[in-house]
Ligand binder design. Sequence first.
Ligand code: PQQ
Ligand code: CA
Length: 586
Amino acid sequence: QTDLASRMKDPGQWPMAARDYANTRYSELDQINPSNASGLRLAWTFSVGVDRGQEAAPLVVDGTMYVVSPYAGPYPNRVFALDATTGELKWSYAPKPEPAAAGVACCDVVNRGLAFDNGKIFLNTLDNHSVALDAKTGKELWHTKLGEINKGETITMAPVVVKGKVLIGNSGGELGVRGWVTALDENTGAIAWRAYATGPDKDVLIGEDFKPFYDNLKGKDLGVKTWPADRWQVGGGTMWGWISYDADLNLIYYGTANPSPWNANQRSGDNLWSTTIFARDPDNGNAKWAYQVNPHDLFDHDEINENVLVDLELNGQPRKVLIHPGRNGYMYVMDRATGEVISADAYEFVNAYKGVDLKTGKIIPNEEKTPLVGKTVEDICPTAPGAKDWQPSAWSPRTKLLYVPHQHLCMNFKASQVGYIAGTPYVGADVDMYAGPGGHRGEFMAWDPVARKKVWEIHEQLPVWSGALVTAGDVAFYGTMDRLFKAVDAKTGKLLWQFRAGSGFIGQPISYRGSDGQQYIAILSGVGGWPGAVANAEVDQRVRNGALGFAGAMQDLPFYTAGGSELLVFKLGGTSNQDGSHAPQQ
Ligand SMILES: O=C(O)c1cc(C(=O)O)c2c(n1)C(=O)C(=O)c1cc(C(=O)O)[nH]c1-2
Ligand SMILES: [Ca+2]
């Protein structure tokens, strides 16, 4: 049992961004419940010193909270260790930056969080370094360079540690970066294996026992032959999302991003293995199975979204499944041992596709919505950021519901021919987005994967771009881009409490137990990321160009992102004094 696994077993801690390997974001703490949640008040706050998109999940390990700032300001990607109960600063660490990285990031200079194992904190920097720190002192133990900024490569995802290996993926699908996932030895930083998404299958590390569940994926060198000559080299399929792990099956799960460029006319074929869910052996990287969600993707439908591992009873049979809320608008329930699609149902308004054929596993395109070069195709739903982007869902084993923050947008899409120049946008599309049917732009919903339907939904005026949290007190938490952090009844969706912050929320809420025995809730506020990039005047023009079309989606709204980034920590009754040692007793 690793250090990390023992911390996962303690309900008072939050030792990885998704809390556990199944990626549930479920806290067993139950002090806060629907009858007392209205009593939540600030316990303490902290500024990471950078007013840009705050997407990081704080970690809480052995009473210490670890947070990381976006890649901007004098100390980009700075790591802070704070007393989780009082907010007192223990140490901070500032990596040596390569400032050019900010210019190539597609979707703001975000970082989704740190990782922990065996007394170490692991940091990914936007400029492609993986760094290990001593969790007690902040001293740097090793660092390894993993990618090239001048090729447009960056890293924004939170690393995940499995069996002593730090797993990391790259970003840059909007710049023609060839996607990979890399495993590093947690003690030395040495590269143990690297699996590319596109290109020769030997590089993809297709194992001896690789069995594509569906016939249409059988064959040799698919990562090459499903592309026009050599285009796989600039073909995207990056991995900037979530990794889950099933210890019994010894498999990790993750999805790859869009093929490059967005203009699908320039890349005939299925473009394997972009937009693909992979199951791999964490020891050597060999693929056990792979399922391409969107063959020959037309709309930038990256499928890096979370794969939540749950055991369900389906038609009287116990099944080990993964639930993947697809960017394409379908909720996939898959057998995680074989890659079989058990069900795939639209959870949003979808007209870009006609459904998923469960016999072949293939999505059915809607010819009427196929983008054309030089001509605008109107009213395509969902949009390029999809029915849901990276913002992670939460699963409650009590309610057996998945709590999903997501978008409700449609778009007009015009494709155009684009040339590849290393380190510059390689997109070839003009996108104009607007509110979906009904006029709202975001939703927070509860989904029942057995009944295959929505149980309740809450409409929000802006896309819901924060992560979700659900607790054993049957309270679900999420934040909105118009600055509200909300607690709702997990069974009914009824609003229990809300807090108006200085900036909006695209961060990930967490819960832990303080040294005073109380349940705490923490989240970073501060809008940026792709949606915020448009509205944030500080953001580089190239980023704005890459942040296609959100200006339309946000038009005429009281949408304001400058300033106000803050780590907010709440508990029942709060703390009248910033020094927790003088906190009033409950
Ligand atoms: O293909 C890629 O490599 C890539 C990377 C990222 C990123 O690293 O933030 C985003 C996207 N794509 C993307 O398509 C997207 O919608 C997106 C939103 C955000 C964000 O932080 O809000 N990042 C990204
Ligand atoms: Ca992308």
